[in-house]
Design a protein around this ligand. Structure first.
Ligand code: 16C
Length: 247
């Protein structure tokens, strides 16, 4: 029963029809397509990308960017994980059931709308970073399959009249995040836990939405992004241990 339930909830291999008739669909489709394409572009020759964290197969780059004194540094991370598939990675990133188990910056999470099996709208509040005000975010999240054994989750800020920004203690921040994963295994062989490798590209741009001290903010993300990617990937490896591989 456990296995059946998990299989059913895995990201669908094709788009859910309920999503393609929703009013957010054109935006969700456009931004997801752009993000997935950009995620696998190399940073090597790119302008302005600075390596700031490196550990094993994980590399993290940022581009320093300030708009009206607010830090909006885009982040791009690459990683390689053995023994799990792209579809499994995206399953654990997308499905809210697991979020509190790997997301350490989270204070609360509410599902605002269930658009379809592959799209949800979330409201989240985050832990406060002293001395800035607490932040919240409202964003759609969409998981999809793409060419070449790829699955990706894209999260992007949206609005909802039931969740107006800057109305309580929180300042609304704005995010665009993409976790794109591509699996490979030896040519001619069938994929197994022992021969599969998944390349991960994680891209994130956070607009803090209001004043926050630049130095504190950069110090926080330099610590928190590597912590997140290491913790999340080892969480997925742990969860998948002993379960049949889902391609
Ligand atoms: O992508 C991640 N998680 C997804 C599911 O939750 C989703 C989340 C996106 C929100 C990312 C913004 C997080 C802001 C947190 C601010 C509080 C951090 C407090 C930590 C101190 C204990 O896509 C994984 C997200 C990993 C986030 C790493 C932290 C990035 C900090 C960026 C600077 C935020 C500006 C805040 C201004 C005060």
């Amino acid at each position: 029963a456990e296995r059946t339930r998990d299989q059913v909830e895995l990201p669908p291999p094709a788009l859910d029809n309920r999503l393609t008739v929703h009013s957010l669909w054109p935006e969700i489709n456009r931004i997801s397509t752009e993000q997935i394409q950009a995620a696998f572009e190399e940073v090597g020759g790119g302008i302005g990308w600075q390596l700031f964290a490196e550990e094993g197969d994980m590399r993290m780059y940022r581009r320093e960017m300030e708009v009206d004194g607010m830090v909006m540094d885009p982040l791009k991370a690459m990683h390689k994980v053995r023994g799990v598939s792209a579809r499994e990675m995206c399953h654990y990133f997308f499905n809210p059931r697991y979020r509190y188990e790997w997301e350490t910056t989270l204070e609360t999470m509410t599902i605002v709308e269930e658009i379809s099996s592959d799209a949800l709208v979330f409201h989240q509040t985050f832990k406060r970073i002293w001395p800035a005000s607490q932040r919240d975010a409202l964003f759609w999240s969409h998981v999809r399959a793409a060419e070449d054994n790829t699955y990706a989750v894209t999260n992007h800020s949206t609005s909802n009249t039931d969740y107006p920004p800057n109305s309580g203690a929180c300042i609304r921040l704005f995010v665009t995040v993409c976790l794109a994963c591509r699996s490979s295994w030896p040519a001619g062989a069938a994929p197994t836990r022992d021969n599969i490798t998944t390349s991960i590209a994680y891209c994130s741009t956070v607009n803090p939405g209001g004043w926050a001290p630049a130095g504190v903010l950069r110090a926080v993300y330099k610590r928190e992004y590597p912590k997140f990617l290491k913790r999340f990937t080892s969480y997925v490896v742990d969860q998948c241990r002993g379960k049949p591989l889902a391609i």
